[in-house]
Design a binder for this molecule. Structure first.
Ligand SMILES: [Zn+2]
Length: 92
């Protein structure tokens, strides 16, 4: 699950440029040509988002839920939060 979003974005980008180029060559109404450009821009955004999401998801999986309560299984981002929970909920 690393590359698909990035690949999808590139595919949409290329499809958008292709659509725009095709419509341009056919001399079709300018508003419809903008649709092709919009599709290309959307593809670029998806590709950029996919590239960023890769980094974010890696950071999220390593950063969140590191400390799990042994009593009830609740997850916390820091040891301090876990200790506070243990004290409050389980009286330890
Ligand atoms: Zn607990």
């Amino acid at each position: 699950m690393k590359m698909p979003i990035l690949v999808l974005g590139v595919v949409v980008l290329v499809a958008g440029l292709g659509t725009w180029g095709y419509l341009y060559s056919m001399n079709i109404h300018h508003t419809i040509q903008l649709g092709g450009i919009g599709l290309a821009v959307l593809g670029a955004i998806i590709a950029a988002g996919g590239a960023m999401m890769k980094t974010v998801s890696v950071g999220a999986t390593t950063g969140a839920g590191q400390f799990a309560c042994a009593k009830c299984g609740a997850k916390f981002n820091s040891e301090a939060a876990l200790n506070q929970h243990t004290k409050d909920k389980h009286g330890m």
